[in-house]
Design a protein around this ligand. Structure first.
Ligand code: SF4
Ligand code: SF4
Length: 359
């Protein structure tokens, strides 16, 4: 744990963007059981944001966590999502609404959400950095942080301009470590050089590193693929938190079992990760993490991550059918709203055009 944040008890956080579902609704009975299991095992970090679950995540947290446990028993992170405000004067009402909906009177961590060159411009023009600093001075925020999806140079610029940012949340996993678009390693190095503790998001890459092809089984030595992925990320110097968007109780209990007394990967396990990386990269051609940031605004109603998952499955002989993929992809009208919000910088309209013709 980072010594700056002694309130955090363990290195695994509950990412609240992939709750268990029953049909279209979050299954709150299961979420309550997961919250109970998580806290009982000595973990206490929860991460949410206004857009998660089409704005339902904060409400679910109030009903399943904050109304059921004393405030000091959990650490709650929330975010300023620039897609939820237009003008400067809308920031404070949004923030206070987030407190109200979450049922708390302060956030332990408040992050600039998915910061990037474009979003930094908006945060700057709307004086969001100043407003968040003021909220911290008033005790409504304990720590200021940023999540980040862009090039390492942009991260360095933001952190240099804003020394008040205490920690950085990076997409960091063994598949993206050297990815030229995600730039996990380079962003990590910026954080280390500037002395910023790191929170990891997407350690299992939207679940795709937990669903490896059958050839992986022989390499795993009885451990789960998620264990390799999470312990890989958690073992880096300076990483004080790894978030996992756990979607059922079994998944949570498995993660808790190996993160209760965290041990970094051995050199032998690191070699296994190298082989898993090669296997993964040969099979997953479209690196969608299923974050679903793109889906609400799609005028054609395309379930974009499902189309990409099916295409990856088809490509790797794990199911998926051209008859499902091509007609869905062909609905795309090329408006580009999805690409503008995709943290993986996928050229979604181009991919849809391609999949409509060659699923
Ligand atoms: S470009 Fe296509 S997939 Fe993306 S939002 Fe527009 S219609 Fe939907
Ligand atoms: S296409 Fe991009 S925005 Fe949409 S779910 Fe995948 S990673 Fe997220």
């Amino acid at each position: 744990m980072a010594e700056q944040f002694p309130e955090i008890k363990k290195k695994l956080g509950f990412g609240c963007m992939r709750f268990p579902m029953q049909g279209q609704q979050v299954d709150e009975e299961i979420v309550k059981q997961m919250v109970d299991a998580f806290l009982a095992a000595g973990f206490n970090y929860f991460d949410t944001a206004r857009p998660y679950h089409s704005t339902a995540s904060e409400q679910v947290l109030r009903r399943c966590l904050t109304s059921r446990y004393p405030r000091e028993s959990y650490v709650l992170a929330n975010k300023l999502s620039p897609t939820f405000y237009e003008k400067e004067e809308e920031i404070l009402p949004l923030f206070y609404d987030q407190l109200r909906v979450c049922g708390v009177d302060y956030f332990d961590f408040y992050l600039f959400h998915a910061n990037s060159a474009v979003r930094h411009e908006k945060f700057t023009q709307t004086h969001a950095y100043d407003i968040v600093k003021q909220l911290k001075a008033e005790g409504k925020i304990r720590h200021i942080a940023t999540s980040f999806h862009d090039r390492a140079e942009v991260l360095e610029q933001i952190l240099t301009e804003h020394p008040e940012i205490e920690a950085v949340q990076l997409q960091f996993n063994y598949a993206d470590y050297e990815d030229p678009k995600v730039q996990s390693r380079r962003c990590y190095e910026v954080c280390r050089r500037l002395g910023k503790p790191i929170l990891v998001m997407e350690p299992v890459k939207g679940g795709s590193l937990a669903a490896l092809p059958p050839e992986a089984d022989a390499l795993l030595a009885g451990k789960s693929p998620a264990e390799y992925a999470i312990r890989y990320a958690a073992g880096f110097e300076g990483v004080f938190m790894v978030l996992s968007g756990m979607s059922d109780l079994h998944q949570m209990q498995e993660n808790l079992s190996f993160m209760a007394d965290f041990q970094p990967l051995s050199s032998q396990e690191q070699q296994v990760v190298g082989k898993l990386r090669t296997l993964y990269q040969s099979r997953n051609k479209i690196p969608c993490t299923a974050c679903r940031y793109c889906t609400d605004g799609c005028p054609a109603g395309i379930d974009i991550p499902t189309v990409f998952r099916s295409a990856n499955d088809l490509h790797s002989d794990q199911g998926g059918s051209p008859q499902q993929i091509a007609p869905e992809a062909a609905k795309c009208i090329g408006c580009g709203q999805c690409a503008a919000v995709c943290p993986q910088h996928l050229n979604i309209p181009e991919l849809m055009t391609h999949l409509a013709e060659n699923p």
